[in-house]
Design a protein around this ligand. Sequence first.
Ligand code: NAD
Length: 259
Amino acid sequence: MADRLRGRTIVVTGGASGIGAALAIGFAAEGANAVIADLSLEAADALVAQIRSDGGSASAVRVDVTDRESVRTGISDTIERHGRLDAYFNNAGMNAPMKFLDVTEQNFELVLRVNTLGVLIGIQEAAKQFIAQGGGGKVVNTASIAGRQGFSSFAPYSAAKAAVISLTQSGARALAEHGITVNGFAPGVVATPLWTKLDRELEEIGEGQNGFDSMASGILLGRAADPADIVPTGIFLAAPDSDYITGQIIPIEGGMILV
Ligand code: NAD
């Protein structure tokens, strides 16, 4: 165990799987109280048990990031258990691919609701808690390379992640007067359960097989990311080392789109 995050309380939405789970494990290993806020309480509880058995501090709360009351409850539960909030990772996200000409209002609204509205609500509610504590605090948003380039079968997702980059900038400008920083990171292709579902759905809509492998094939460093590749940047953005950075998105994509 190291101690770069000793005593800090960090909420990770979508923390029960993939990138969020790796972040929660990494934060706890650095001495933080990791709060796993996820739609699936069962998966969050299982991860809490794993972190505790490794000697870390963690708790679980069921949160739907699209529901403001649920997000508020997640934060008040965090304060009850751990006393304060130091960083809030808006990491929950999903994709539902469709061919560009087939995208429906329903598909667009669902993807924007989870990936974008969920981030707006998360920034707002975390900031209210930070302000109530007297200021300071860090918000970190999970964007994507898809927010820098529009992908044809991921149009709503790309739009949603571009909006996450924009919300990061707006939030940084709005909240700096309270000493709150708002940053994010943009992963490339990361081996998580999201991709298992995505590969299946891409095949179902006739957009080819092995989307994961074909997207990863052009990465300069020669491989897709593991969730563990995201963790050092997450720790940096949660720790005092990043105190003078705000409104920024750090790409973690192994050399792929280079923007
Ligand atoms: P994942 O599917 O493994 O995990 C996502 C988690 O979010 C799940 O535990 C799920 O239950 C939770 N979740 C979904 N909707 C939610 C909601 N409304 N409220 C609360 N929790 C909810 O996915 P992942 O690959 O770890 O993705 C994490 C983040 O990283 C997402 O924002 C995703 O868009 C982004 N991202 C992933 C990749 C990749 O290649 N995997 C690349 C770039 C960005």
